[in-house]
Design a protein around this ligand. Structure first.
Ligand code: UDP
Length: 369
């Protein structure tokens, strides 16, 4: 008999949901994390009374009522609606691409005029079947918007030109012919009052958590503690990069406390020109309608990733997709190990999808929802 039923590697969202479901079935779990805090990349900490999203802004949104009800057990969500603005050399445009954006760009007023404008630009560019992000973007919103709001921002974010990126990345963004600046089409949206860390803390409940422990460095010893492992770290690291390293994009944040109560008037401002070195500035207080005297901002720089850096975004292109498929074959052969989450499954997962995936796996394990 081993001491625990499950060893959960990673105290992020996937691990915490799995732990919560396991506990409902009276299973014993040990959660470990390499970092010295829980909550993975959704970790928030308090600074000047403001919840700071240390690893980048996270805005919860979902169409899945089950997931929405699930998270609401652990936190109350506010009514925050993500409406980023783009700053292109001092010109301000609303995002996602909608009638406000089209009106500012072209002076068009009706949806029909906007569609005509896009159609003209699309046919001038001669695109019929878009085969990369650039062509996809132009066929969705035309050349002007592509040049001012997409080309450089995407290039900075992914460190490669739009012609070398898959079309699906841009499909994450809605294009709307209404005057609606809500970035997400989701039915439910908000930020957990009191921060994400507290939400994850509530998910973990009284599950034993040990922080600052590197699983891969103490693998044999830790595996001996539990019947099964739930691994949410990078899948390639698990196999010691034996087939080569999967690529990620990393992000670096420059966070500052400023002696002003309102720096930019919005939680998210994207800098879509090529010269500004950062991709966006987050002003954290606006996620919770903060009225503190000071403010905290983070400039977000996209960075190349190499083994040892913090992995953020999986690069889901063909090359990495094929390599992941090979790792997946190895992962499937690991008996008693469940690979989950953004790093364990090498997927550009939103939070709700992470929860959905963890709930599905937990249901298979425990036969309950
Ligand atoms: N994007 C863009 N301009 C913007 C915002 C987004 O071109 O001002 C594109 C860019 O290619 C990016 C993708 O849309 O990679 C998805 O953006 P999203 O904001 O969903 O990325 P995330 O918030 O996950 O970093």
């Amino acid at each position: 008999m081993k001491k625990y039923d499950y060893l959960i590697v990673g105290a992020g969202l996937y691990g915490a949901v799995f732990a919560h479901q396991a506990r409902k079935r009276c299973k014993t779990c040990l959660v470990i994390d390499k970092r010295t805090h829980i909550a993975g990349n959704i970790y928030t900490y308090n600074c000047e009374g403001i919840n700071v999203h240390q690893y980048g802004a996270h805005i919860f949104h979902t169409n899945n009522k089950e997931v929405w009800d699930y998270v609401n057990q652990f936190a109350e969500f506010n009514r925050y609606t993500n409406s980023p603005v783009a700053n292109y050399k001092g010109e301000i445009y609303n995002l996602p691409f909608n009638m406000n954006t089209f009106n500012k760009m072209w002076g068009v007023v009706t949806p029909r005029q906007a569609k005509e404008k896009i159609e003209q630009q699309k046919s001038a560019a001669g695109i019929t079947a878009p085969k990369n992000l650039e062509e996809q973007a132009i066929s969705l919103v035309g050349t002007d918007i592509y040049e001012k709001l997409i080309r450089h921002y995407t290039g900075k974010q992914w460190g490669r030109p739009c012609t070398e990126l898959p079309a699906f990345i841009i499909k994450r963004l809605p294009v709307r012919f209404t005057y609606d600046n809500n970035y997400f089409n989701a039915l439910y949206q908000g930020i957990p009052v009191g921060g994400y860390t507290r939400m994850v803390e509530n998910m973990l409940g009284d599950t034993e958590v040990r922080l600052g422990i590197d699983y891969l460095e103490n693998k044999a010893q830790l595996d001996a503690l539990a019947e099964k492992t739930v691994y949410t770290g990078p899948v390639d690291a698990y196999f010691d990069y034996s087939l080569g390293a999967l690529e990620y994009r990393s992000v670096r944040f420059e966070t500052e406390v400023l002696d002003t109560d309102n720096y930019q008037g919005n939680a998210v401002v994207n800098y879509t020109d090529g010269e500004t070195p950062y991709t966006r500035i987050i002003e954290h207080k606006h996620f919770e309608f903060g009225t503190q005297e000071k403010t905290v901002i983070s400039r977000e720089y996209s960075a190349e990733w190499s083994v040892g850096d913090e992995p953020y975004y999986p690069v889901n292109d063909d090359k990495n997709g094929k390599l992941y498929a090979e790792y997946k074959t190895l992962a499937d052969r690991e008996e008693n190990v469940i690979f989950g989450g953004r790093l364990g499954e090498y997927r550009y997962y939103d939070m709700d999808k992470v929860i959905e995936a963890a709930l599905t796996v937990a249901q298979k394990e425990f036969g309950i929802k």
